[in-house]
Design a protein. Structure first.
Length: 170
């Protein structure tokens, strides 16, 4: 079996989604901040977004996600990555916020697991916003990044467990 087309696909998918992944991952290190919904409740009486979505998290994700796009612009000598960095970061953060909005409507508390939605909401947000500015991702890459993200999620959680940063390996 020739692995090189698969490796190329993985590399191409990571190239496009790196800023989104950085924007999604960097707010995690924040322990608390000012909630984006300012504590407000939705018509169902539950929090609009909850305490897991903060202004500080938004700022950190936007900064580092955009920054990674600037690095890519320099590395690949392609200005398109400036736009991808900014727009995919915004999309990723909005996707994650929308994910929390859905979770609260389902009655799930902050941090309660919502498999797939938790891991992939940011991918959908980033893909949608990139599409809106004319950057279309091929179906192949769109599927590849979802598989990569789910695998990365499992691997990083295991590492965090081994390092005793998490009480459970999932
Ligand atoms: N975070 C933040 N602001 C954001 C996104 C994330 O402050 N806009 C931080 C929060 O500390 C959050 C952590 O990153 O707890 C992990 O993000 P995530 O898993 O998306 O949030 P959860 O705590 O799981 O909350 P939810 O149930 O709403 O997904
Ligand atoms: Mg979560």
């Amino acid at each position: 079996m020739n692995l090189s087309p698969i490796l190329t696909l993985i590399a191409e998918a990571l190239k496009i989604y790196l800023p989104a992944m950085v924007a999604n991952a960097t707010p995690v290190f924040l322990k608390q901040g000012k909630p984006l919904d300012l504590g407000a409740k939705f018509i169902d009486g539950k929090r609009v977004l909850g305490d897991g979505k903060t202004f500080e998290g938004l700022a950190i994700g936007l900064f580092f996600g955009t920054y990674s796009g600037i690095i890519e612009t320099l590395v690949f000598k392609n200005l398109l990555f400036i736009r991808i960095g900014l727009i995919a970061s915004i999309g990723a953060l909005l996707g994650d916020i929308f994910g929390s909005f859905i979770k609260r409507r389902l009655g799930l508390k902050r941090g309660d697991p919502a498999p797939i939605l938790d891991q992939l909401d940011f991918i959908y947000g980033a893909t949608l916003l990139l599409y809106l500015i004319g950057v279309t991702v091929t179906l192949e890459k769109f599927i590849a990044i979802q598989v990569i993200t789910l695998i990365l999620h499992i691997v990083t959680n295991r590492i965090a467990y081994v390092l005793k940063l998490k009480p459970v390996p999932w």
